[in-house]
Structures are given as C-alpha cells and as structure tokens.
Design a binder for this molecule. Structure first.
Ligand code: DGY
Length: 302
C-alpha cells in the first residue's frame, strides 16, 4: 500500500494557519513538539484522520482527550532517546555544579588571575544524595550514569512507588517534601501534566538545601520560573541547569539569563545524530503502522 505524503521541508515550525490548511483530509500526521495537536487542528483535519505520530517522548503538545474522543491513535518515541537525554542531563548537572560556563567565561575574558583557594568552587557528586522527581526510564538512566561518581544515595518521588525501576538503581521512595529536603542534586524527570504543572515552585525551593543543584530536562512547564529566579538570586539554592523553559525559545532578556548560577540550554537533550535518526525512523514506523491499522512499535495508550 502506497502512502502519499507532503513534507514540511524546513527546520522552522509550520506556520499554524498553513498547517491548519494542509492537514485537511489527511489520514495521518507526523509532528514534532512545536505543533499543538488540539481540537482546532483535529477539526481542520477532518474525519479521515486516524493517526498522529509525534517525534518526541513528551506528549504535552497533544490534546489526548480530543484524540481519544475521535478514536485517533497516537505514536511517540520513548526508549530510543533515553541514553542521549540521560547523557545530556549528566553533562548539564556537572556544568552547573562545577560552574563550567562561568569558568570558561572567566578564562576567556581576563577574570583568570592567580590560583585562588575558593575561586569558582562548586559542589561535588561524591557522597551526595541525588533526588529524582518522576522516576521513569530516563531517571533510571541518569542514576546509572551518576552512580560511578560515588553518589551516596538515590531517592525519588512519584505518584506511587515504582519498585521495579527503583530496584535497578537502589533508590528509596520518599515524599515530595523529603525529596526537597534531602537532595543535594534534584533532577526533574517527570512528564508535564495537569498534576505536574508548576510543581517546582516556592514550596519546593524553600525546602531545598542551600547547596542544592536543580536540574530540569523534562519540560519548562513543571517549573515556576519566577520562584526559581527568586530562589537562585537570593542564594536559597546553589544553582540550576535547565534544558527546557517556558516559553521556548526563552527571550534573551529573560531574568534567568542574568544569573551566573543558572545554566540554560536550548532544549537539546535528545540532540545527537544517532538519536534524532532513531526518533525519526520510529515516528515514521509508528505512522505507517497506524495507517495500516497494525500495532505500532510505540503506541501511547489513551
Ligand atoms: O519529548 C521529547 O522527545 C524531547 O523533549 C525532545 O526530544
């Protein structure tokens, strides 16, 4: 069975109005996370639409209720990006805790004087407690990579204990408050949902240690950025590394960019050639299987 397709051949997102026109009558849509797949778009596509395949593990850009209501199947790309995202999370964590961006800046711009005892000191992983907010495949992969740095203890919280995953990394289930209180490093790995929206706010930051490093490679929406700014600029916590923000791109005049103790990356956690190739192949295969009415390699159960 042949499939006719039209491709948006640009790195820029499809302008919304153009997308709304182009989806009319389509049987399937392959999208990335910049496309909002909501009621308006589904209406514009019309009744032929059977499958939406997103080239991402996150699915907060999809209105799942609307898709379910219309019986539209959804494909996504978990697993193939886990190693890549975990690797970047570790890189971001170390860049933040060991102040690498500040350090290269100082070296390049004349701030490098004589060797000084406390200059550019950071916080080390050895003997630390690492907390994971939302334990899934990616959280486990991060912990596996951090373990050789001699982390003392892994703790996590989630809506309920996840013993199978937790056992893989000997992580202890704790309450949200305990996660805040005990973590020297806190990695956010949860999906963005109604429940997790803004969950990293003053309530969390005010309970964290002064030496704590906060890392987010999930979605910007889980963080209240005003509260994070306050926490970072008043020394309530030591630093933050963010691969995701609200909005994206984060405007260059955003206050978070003024902080030395905040490292901001432009949503690149899955950006390796190998992983992006694997994600696109999986997204294409999900789409084709969905169109043929066959089981998808990775289908999101609605
Ligand atoms: O959801 C995802 O897949 C990431 O944010 C981009 O790879």
């Amino acid at each position: 069975q042949r499939v006719q397709f039209e491709m948006w051949d640009s790195d820029e997102p499809v302008p919304r109005l153009e997308l709304l026109k182009k989806v009319k009558g389509c049987d399937g849509i392959l999208c990335v996370l910049t496309e909002k797949i909501d009621a308006q778009l589904l209406e514009a596509a019309g009744p032929n639409l059977k499958v939406v395949s997103t080239m991402s593990v996150g699915f907060d850009h999809l209105s799942l209720d609307e898709l379910k209501k219309r019986g539209i199947r959804v494909g996504y790309t978990p697993d193939v990006l886990t190693d890549c995202v975990a690797e970047l999370t570790v890189a971001l964590l170390l860049a933040t805790s060991r102040r690498l961006i500040e350090a290269t800046h100082e070296a390049k711009t004349g701030g490098w004087g004589t060797w000084r005892t406390l200059w550019l000191c950071g916080h080390e992983l050895a003997n630390s407690t690492v907390g994971i907010l939302g334990l899934g495949r990616i959280g486990v992969a991060i912990a596996e990579r951090l373990k050789p740095f001699k982390v003392k203890k892994f703790i996590y919280t989630d809506v309920a204990p996840r013993p199978e995953l937790a056992n893989m990394i000997e992580a202890e289930y704790v309450s949200f408050d305990e996660l805040a209180k005990q973590s020297d490093f806190l990695a956010v790995c949860c999906a963005l949902t109604q429940e997790t929206h803004g969950i990293c706010n003053w309530n969390l930051f005010s309970k964290m240690k002064k030496n704590a490093i906060f890392i987010n490679t999930s979605r910007g929406g889980v963080v209240n950025q005003e509260d994070l700014y306050e926490a970072l600029s008043t020394g309530l916590i030591a630093g933050a590394g963010l691969d995701v923000t609200t909005p994206e791109p984060l405007p260059t005049h955003h206050p978070l960019f003024t902080l030395k103790n905040c490292v901001i990356l432009p949503h690149i956690a899955s950006a390796s050639y190998t992983t992006r190739n694997a994600m696109s192949a999986l997204a294409a295969n999900n789409l084709l299987a969905g169109l043929r009415g066959e089981p998808m390699p990775k289908e999101l159960k609605l």
